[in-house]
Every structure is written in C-alpha cells, then in structure tokens.
Design a protein around this ligand. Structure first.
Ligand code: G6P
Length: 455
C-alpha cells in the first residue's frame, strides 16, 4: 500500500471476505453496521485516498434489492460481492473456518469436505468475475487472507484475457504452517497455484514465508529463491510486513473525558490490586484454557498473591456456527466461571488496557496478534508488562521488550507472571520504551515496493 495519501493516484481494489460494513435486515429494511474482526481492524483507515473495498456483505440479498445496498456501501468506498447464503456458509464456515483455519494454525484431525471445497472455488470465481468487471487498466489489486487463496490466479487469467495490466498483491493474515501440515490437505497444490497468481505475497514473519517457499518447492516443484518463487513462467516476490495499529487513535481516546472518568472508576474499584488483562476472540488457537491453567498454577505457587491479583479476560464471541467454537465456549465458560463482557466498547477496552499492569497473551498459534500493540499504545503512564506467547507473529518483533511464554507450559506462565509483578520500575520502563517505539514507528501504513506499483 502506498505509504502516503499524496504519493499515489493509482486506485487500489481491496478484496477480502469481510468488508468494513456488514449488512443485516432490521424492521424489513437493510442496514449497515461496522464489522469486527482482526482483518477489518487491521485495514480500517487505509492510507490511500483512492480505493474500493470489495467483499461479502454478510447475508444473501435478492437481485431487486441490491441497488439499495450498493448505494449504502458506496458511501464508504465499499462494494458487495453477492452470494447465496448456502454457498457463503459452505465457503466461510465449511471450507475456510473448518478446514483451512485449523491447518494454517497447526491443528491436526481436519477432514476434507468436497461440497465445501466446491463452494470455496465458486466463491473465488465470483470474486474474480466481479473484480474483473470492476478493474481498470493500471489498478492495483490487493487480495486478503485464507478465504481467497484461489483468487489471484483466477484474476490473473481474467485480466490477461481482458488485456488489462493490474498488479496483484496478496497478504496472508494467518501463519503459514510447515509443509507437513499443509500437505495433509488433498487440495494443497491447487491452493498454492492459486496464491502464486499474485505478483507479490506478504506474510507477517520470515518463518511463514520460509514455510510457504518450502511448500512451493516440495509440492509443486516451483523454482524458489530466498524471497521469490518462479512458477508457470511467472515470478512472484515475497515480503515480510509488520502490520501495525494506529497508536494515535488509542492515545487520543485516553484523553477523552468519558475514558478518564472510567479509568478513575476502575482504579478505585481495583485499588491496591495488580491487574492482568487478556483480550481474545473466542478461538481455540488463542490458548484460553491454557491461560487459566497458568493463572491457576501461579496462584497455587504464590498464594501470597491470591488476594492481590485480578485477571480480567475479555472474550469476543466468534464463528459460533462452527462446532469447535461452540465446544470451546462451553469449556471456557466452565473454566472461567463467568466471562466478563460479552461486548465491550472501545472506550471501556482502552480504559481496561490502561489500568492493567500486565497483558497476558497465550495463543497456540497467531498470525500476528494486534492486542499486543493495542496494550502498549495504552501504557504511556503505567509501563505495564507484556507476557506474550512465543507462537504469535508479534513475538518475532516484540520479543525484546516482553516476557515470552509457551502456552502449554503452565509453570512458565506462572514464573513469567511472577517476574512481571515483581519487575523493578526501571526495567519496566526500558521494556515499555522499546515496545512503544516499535508500535509508533510501524503503524498501519504498509508500503508496497514501488516496482509492483508500476507493473
Ligand atoms: C482473524 C484472523 C484473520 C481473519 C479474520 C476473519 O482476525 O486473524 O486472519 O481474516 O479473523 O474474521 P471473521 O470474523 O470474518 O471470521
């Protein structure tokens, strides 16, 4: 993405499964509400002036009603790729969330579902048709995430036959696993060929990039270099990007009178306590049971802290139509006793971030994890400690200023919590400053190499 609004007139077409606005029906009328989810959060507030963001609006919309929806979405530079509910569910839950998501996050025991695969291909085709119609010569097309792995090569074909020259970028927001996990999937080769239709592919870390290169070499015999893959007479560049947040949004909101009052209320409610905060989507990759186990071990090993420390865990419900997510909800509810805050406003969230002494992130696997950056952005005064799973993409960048844990090792979680609570103010300050500088310098503005922009 161009790093400055003024630097590029080139239009960017963004394609992702979810768009920043979701459509639902209320009192017989369509209404648009802001979408949630890491991808939308990461890309919201783009630094390019000229863009169109295309994706699934969230529900099936009849042909006669599309004009109304198109007009609503157009106000926010977004546009819908219309899908029937059945196809959308098979694509989103059936293939993307039940098959791809667990494989990308190193989960075993995934079963292939060919009906869902058919829907997955179909949806990628619909996106390719829609973008093919929309794209003008010279537009830059930027495809996001595991829901659309086939789209780059489908688009490449269409653009070629339409004689349009539009560079295609792809960004994967999840990990890319080692080849043994990926090859368990019967359609792995089709998916690799699909992604390789791009001109450039972005990953969060070197590790994900290396794993992808390994899969291309072993599974489809591509010619690979350290940062590029050659396949089918076409060279694809690979890059690593740190996807940042907009730290100013957090620091400014902390000056808001409503937030200041809420911080005061919370500080008096938890007076004298040491607070750990956790903010996670309710997902089995986030290691919530392990977090509670680690906390339990900490309390067993350091009973003198039992009255002193409070763990506040915010859980954001997610993908509730998928069986594994339902099971996890029950398990977490049982372990936590109660889940605080089914829905927490932005103001409440940053007030909680700012009063917390420790942020605990225990994901088994996590593409990046934006909570780590958000917590740091709210810690100017307190210099809280980040206790971070070594299996997050964020750990690659933030390991210097944080305490790393293996979420499966409750003892280490306990030790690191103890270390965090007893850390001297100088060390906290030094760690915080290192993290703050990273968060402030690697903001949401992503730069795409200029060679690609000119293609
Ligand atoms: C998380 C993942 C992203 C993914 C997004 C989808 O944020 O890190 O890789 O695109 O979920 O969220 P959704 O709510 O649409 O399933």
């Amino acid at each position: 993405m161009a790093d400055d609004k003024r630097s590029s007139k080139q239009r960017v077409i963004i394609a992702s499964n979810r768009i920043p606005l979701s459509i639902d029906k209320f009192d017989g009328k369509y209404r648009a509400t802001p979408s949630s989810g890491g991808l939308v959060t990461a890309l919201r507030g783009l630094s390019v002036a000229n863009y169109l963001w295309l994706g699934w609006p969230g529900i099936e919309i009849g042909e006669t009603e599309r004009e109304e929806v198109d007009a609503t979405l157009a106000k926010e530079n977004t546009a819908a790729v219309y899908l029937s509910d059945k196809v959308a569910q098979n694509h989103y839950n059936g293939f993307s969330n039940e098959i791809l998501w667990p494989i990308l996050h190193y989960q075993s025991g995934v079963h292939m579902n060919f009906e869902a695969w058919t829907a997955y291909r179909q949806v990628n085709e619909v996106f390719a048709d829609r973008i093919g119609e929309e794209a003008k010569d010279g537009d830059l097309i930027w495809v996001h995430d595991y829901h659309l792995l086939l789209l780059p090569s489908m688009l490449r074909e269409r653009l070629k036959s339409q004689k349009k020259c539009c560079p295609i970028g792809f960004f994967l927001h999840t990990p890319f696993p080692v080849d043994d996990f990926w090859r368990g999937l019967p359609v792995q080769r089709d998916l690799l060929r699909g992604i390789l239709g791009s001109d450039i592919i972005g990953f969060h870390t070197d590790e994900y990039m290396k794993n992808f290169i390994g899969a291309c070499k072993i599974l489809i015999g591509a010619d690979v270099m350290e940062q590029s893959v050659q396949y089918d007479n076409h060279t694809v560049q690979l890059h690593k990007y740190f996807v940042g947040i907009d730290p100013q949004k957090f620091t400014e909101a902390l000056k808001d009178q409503a937030v200041i009052s809420r911080v005061q209320e919370l500080e008096s409610l938890y007076k004298g306590k040491t607070i750990i905060i956790g903010v996670d989507r309710l997902d089995y990759t986030k290691g919530l049971p392990e977090k509670f186990n680690g906390f339990q071990v900490f309390l067993d090993e350091h009973p003198e802290w039992a009255e002193e420390v409070v763990l506040i865990q915010i859980v954001i419900p997610s993908r509730e139509d998928v069986a594994r997510y339902k099971d996890l909800k029950e398990e977490v509810s049982r372990l936590a006793g109660q889940i605080i805050g089914k829905y927490v406003s932005f103001e409440e969230l940053i007030a909680l971030y700012s009063i917390s002494d420790v942020c605990l992130i225990s994901s088994h696997r996590d593409g990046l994890n934006l909570v780590a950056s958000e917590y740091v952005a709210c810690q100017e005064k307190r210099h809280g400690v980040l206790v971070l799973s070594e299996f997050t993409g964020a750990a690659t960048f933030m390991k210097g200023g944080s305490l790393l844990i293996n979420p499966s090792d409750a003892r280490t979680i306990s030790d690191m919590l103890h270390k965090a609570f007893t850390m001297g103010s100088e060390e906290r300050k030094t760690n915080y400053e290192e993290l703050r500088d990273l968060v402030n310098t690697h903001t949401r503005y992503i730069t795409i190499p200029s060679g690609i922009m000119r293609k």
